[in-house]
Ligand binder design. Structure first.
Ligand SMILES: [Zn+2]
Ligand SMILES: [Zn+2]
Length: 442
């Protein structure tokens, strides 16, 4: 019965290609960056309600509010909310996702005993100005390039949202034949590693036995593969904004002020000069500084945008307090004060339990999926918060990629994915459910 059911599910997925293409292209056109995803969430919510989902954890209920990171200011949140309404957000649900609560956990309860299975799909775009040249870029040619300038689905999260919505459809259709519980997580603000922690710390995933992270990936040239499994170690990552405050005065008598520009310069030189350590490889970048008000004014205000990465946790644990000391003391040296705001972070962990990865890959191979891996990649992915939480509570985690042709690199202005490849991930998620529920004949 199990394999027959799987075949039926696959046939059903094949009837959904139009929905898949349309939905992915719609999310692509109305790209919403991290914590902006009001329109996206309202459409997902509407879809889930129409499918018959009654246990939907949405908006504020899906987060531990103060564990969200890197939220835009209120003005920006208000702007994107109104924009979402103008761009066709479903009015009934949009208010739920106001003010940076753009996430949903859809819970499918079969009413029969069985495992709790979770799937994470991130839904946000990122700060990229999409190529609008029809000759160079399929989304521009076919009329679904982003109309929100400076926000683009350049990492395939439009595809992830679509995968989750379609899996929700299939599982609901065959609900009576399933057992246990499935939790489909639609996560905001993965870019900048800001969104997952708030959902993980909400506790809604604490009962998950098997958690899966899914991402689009590039199909290696000339290889006939659809799914790549990973044993991925997440880079430890910390993004901070630094605010310096001094005292302005006339440049002719600088002794009357406290020059925040000098503090900024000392910090830039200082953090790049942190000695290399034997504990692990690390990176540091001061990417932006905003400072000063005029040629003849001693600068009193600075904003610095920076990030630190460690290829392992000890490397970041060495770097971060060192950088904080430099910021604090370089500011004090010039009579200024400093304030550090954490904008995003991820711990360095292996984001999967290798035995589950092996088990799922073996199952997928048997069913005829074209797979590769597991490889041992380094990623930067805040799914690590969910994996960590689930593993700490005795669950297991697996991370895999849905492979497609990408005409440009991830995060590039001409990035695109092929909608025809999404059913592979949808079918695999269905197979995973049947396998872990013990109803797949193997
Ligand atoms: Zn990305
Ligand atoms: Zn991504």
């Amino acid at each position: 019965m199990g394999n027959e059911l799987f075949k039926e599910m696959c046939a059903y997925v094949d009837t959904k290609q139009d929905f898949i293409t349309k939905t992915r292209q719609d999310f692509h056109k109305y790209a919403e960056g991290g914590w902006h995803e009001v329109r996206t969430c309202s459409i997902i919510a509407d879809h889930l309600v129409k499918l018959g989902y009654t246990n939907l954890i949405m908006g504020k209920d899906a987060f531990k509010a103060d564990a969200r990171m890197g939220l835009p200011d209120q003005e920006e949140l208000d702007y994107v909310y109104n924009r979402a309404l103008e761009q066709g957000a479903v009015k009934e649900y949009a208010p739920l996702f106001k003010d940076g609560f753009t996430g949903i956990i859809a819970v499918l309860e079969t009413g029969k005993p069985g495992p709790v299975i979770g799937f994470r799909q991130d839904i946000d775009g990122l700060g990229v100005v999409e190529c609008q040249d029809p000759a160079e870029h399929r989304p521009a040619r076919e009329g679904f390039a982003s109309i929100n300038e400076g926000e683009m689905q350049a990492c395939g999260h439009d595809a992830h949202a679509t995968i989750g919505m379609t899996v929700a459809d299939v599982l609901m259709k065959y609900k009576d034949k399933l057992c246990g519980t499935v939790k489909l997580v639609f996560q905001p603000a993965e870019e900048g590693v800001r969104g997952a922690r708030g959902i993980a710390e909400s506790g809604h995933l604490d009962d998950v036995d098997f958690m899966f992270g899914v991402h689009m990936g590039t199909r290696p040239e000339g290889q006939d593969v659809d799914i790549a499994f990973h044993n991925a170690t997440n880079m430890a990552n910390c993004k901070m904004d630094v605010y310096l405050e001094g005292k302005a005065c006339h440049a002719a008598s600088p002794e009357n002020g406290n020059n925040a520009m000098l503090a900024m310069a000392a910090i830039v030189q200082g953090v790049y000069g942190i000695p290399r350590a034997s504990v692990g490889d690390a990176r540091i970048n001061v990417g932006q500084v905003f400072a000063g008000s005029g040629r003849n004014v001693v600068c009193d205000r600075v904003k610095m945008v920076m990030e630190l990465r460690g290829l392992n946790q000890p490397a970041l644990d060495y770097l971060e307090p060192y950088a904080r000391r430099i910021i604090e003391h370089a500011a004090a040296m010039h009579g200024c004060t400093s304030r550090i705001v954490l904008m995003g972070s991820t711990p360095s962990i292996l984001i999967d339990t290798p035995e589950l990865v092996d088990e799922i890959k073996a199952m997928a191979d048997k069913l005829g999926f074209k797979t590769m891996g597991p490889d041992h990649g380094d990623t930067s992915e805040d799914y690590s918060y969910m994996a960590k939480r689930v593993i700490e509570h005795g669950g297991k985690s697996c991370y895999f990629s849905c492979l497609t042709e990408t005409p440009a690199a991830f995060h590039a202005v001409k990035f695109d994915v092929q909608e025809k490849d999404l059913p592979n991930a949808i079918k695999l998620e269905c197979a995973i459910c049947l396998h872990l529920m013990g109803i797949l004949e193997e």
